[in-house]
Structures are given as structure tokens and as C-alpha cells.
Design a protein around this ligand. Structure first.
Ligand SMILES: Nc1ncnc2c1ncn2[C@@H]1O[C@H](COP(=O)(O)OP(=O)(O)OP(=O)(O)O)[C@@H](O)[C@H]1O
Ligand SMILES: [Mg+2]
Length: 132
């Protein structure tokens, strides 16, 4: 378990470090309150993975799942806040799967769990837990 308190630049640095260590097929759970920084982290991670030109990372709250192309292969970005029973079968193992509000689906078995907490307006406490 790694634990940090970071501002936006610090979060970007964490995302870059994680990006370098990903194989390209991990399931990553993003857990934390509204505005804690989950989507922001995905944006920094995708930027660090070498996205296809024109890629825009947005909250997938309405689309449920967004797909981005990067130099490490596809990145799938989902959000379970509204739809809690999304079927991830087709996505697991075929790219990097990032799931916001992943704690709402207990059947999801993440390789990495990242927890975000408000420390103050511009600081977040980030815990990164690598499993199995
Ligand atoms: N250190 C920080 N880390 C992350 N976000 C920060 C930080 N400081 C300020 N912010 C701001 O906090 C907001 C985080 O919003 P974001 O959409 O990433 O949250 P979220 O966890 O995805 O929320 P939701 O559950 O609604 O999807 C952004 O506006 C971001 O700029
Ligand atoms: Mg979000």
C-alpha cells in the first residue's frame, strides 16, 4: 500500500509513474466521494499513456463506458455511479479498465485499487493498493 497527499501536479506525477508500470490489461478500481479526483486521475493517466490525437477524457457518467486509444492499447473508462450492474466481461483483459465508483460492484476483482479523499480544496489523500 502506498499513500500520498498530493495537489494536482502531484496527482499527475503519480499517474505518470503508474502509467509506466502498467502492462495494458489491468482492472483499476477508483474509489472516493464526488469531486475526490477519480476522473482527473484518469485524464492524467491517459495523457501519460500516449493518447491518440484528439482524445478527450470526460466523465462517463451518462455513457457508462468511454474508450480511448493509447500507445499501450485501449483504455476503458467506466463510472458505476448511476448504473451499478454494468457487464464488464468484454473489457476485462482486453485493455486497461478504469472504473469509478468500483466499490458499487462487489463482483469486480480489481488488480489495483486507488482511494481518493479530500484533504482540503486542492489536496487529496491517495492510497494505491496493488492486489494479487
Ligand atoms: N489534488 C487534487 N487532485 C484531484 N483533483 C483536484 C485536486 N485539487 C483540485 N482538484 C479538483 O477537484 C475536482 C475533482 O473532480 P473529478 O471530476 O476528478 O472528481 P471525481 O472523483 O471523478 O467525482 P465524481 O464522483 O463526481 O465522478 C476537479 O475539479 C479538480 O480540478
Ligand atoms: Mg468522475
Amino acid at each position: 500500500m502506498e499513500e500520498y497527499v498530493v495537489d494536482l501536479q502531484g496527482l499527475k506525477d503519480l499517474a505518470r509513474k503508474l502509467a509506466q508500470n502498467l502492462r495494458g490489461d489491468e482492472v483499476i478500481a477508483l474509489v472516493g466521494d464526488l469531486g475526490a479526483g477519480k476522473t482527473t486521475f484518469v485524464r492524467f493517466l491517459v495523457e501519460a499513456l500516449g493518447p491518440q490525437e484528439g482524445t478527450v477524457v470526460r466523465s462517463p457518467t451518462f455513457a457508462v463506458l468511454n474508450e480511448y486509444q493509447t500507445q499501450k492499447g485501449p483504455v476503458y473508462h467506466a463510472d458505476l455511479y448511476r448504473v451499478k450492474n454494468f457487464d464488464f466481461t468484454d473489457y476485462i483483459g482486453s485493455g486497461i479498465l478504469l472504473v469509478e465508483w468500483a466499490d458499487l460492484d462487489p463482483s469486480l476483482k480489481p488488480d489495483i485499487v486507488i482511494r481518493f479523499r479530500h484533504e482540503d480544496e486542492n489536496l487529496r489523500r491517495v492510497k494505491i493498493e496493488k492486489r494479487g
